[in-house]
Design a protein around this ligand. Sequence first.
Ligand SMILES: [Zn+2]
Length: 102
Amino acid sequence: MDIFKGQNLLEFSNRFKTELDCKEYLADLKAKEGCECLKCGMTAFQKRMGFSRVYNVCFHIKSATANTFFHKVKFGVRKTFFLCFEMATSTKSLSASYMGVR
Ligand SMILES: [Zn+2]
């Protein structure tokens, strides 16, 4: 999670102004890990609002936050980004595995 390193809070808040900015970032991360459907293994999908994907064959929906630390949070992805930034800059020990982003 390079975003949490070497930045100050101002740069960070400029980078992630909205929930969508955060979801876009997560979607980019997930795009790098492969784009097969977890259900059927097909790769054809269409993008939907909030950077989620709908697969053409089985209509399985994969959200930007699926399988990440951010999927279950109730107070919003952006707030969680800032919490993580605080933790990362104060302890330097926040790892990608803790974030649940693989
Ligand atoms: Zn599928």
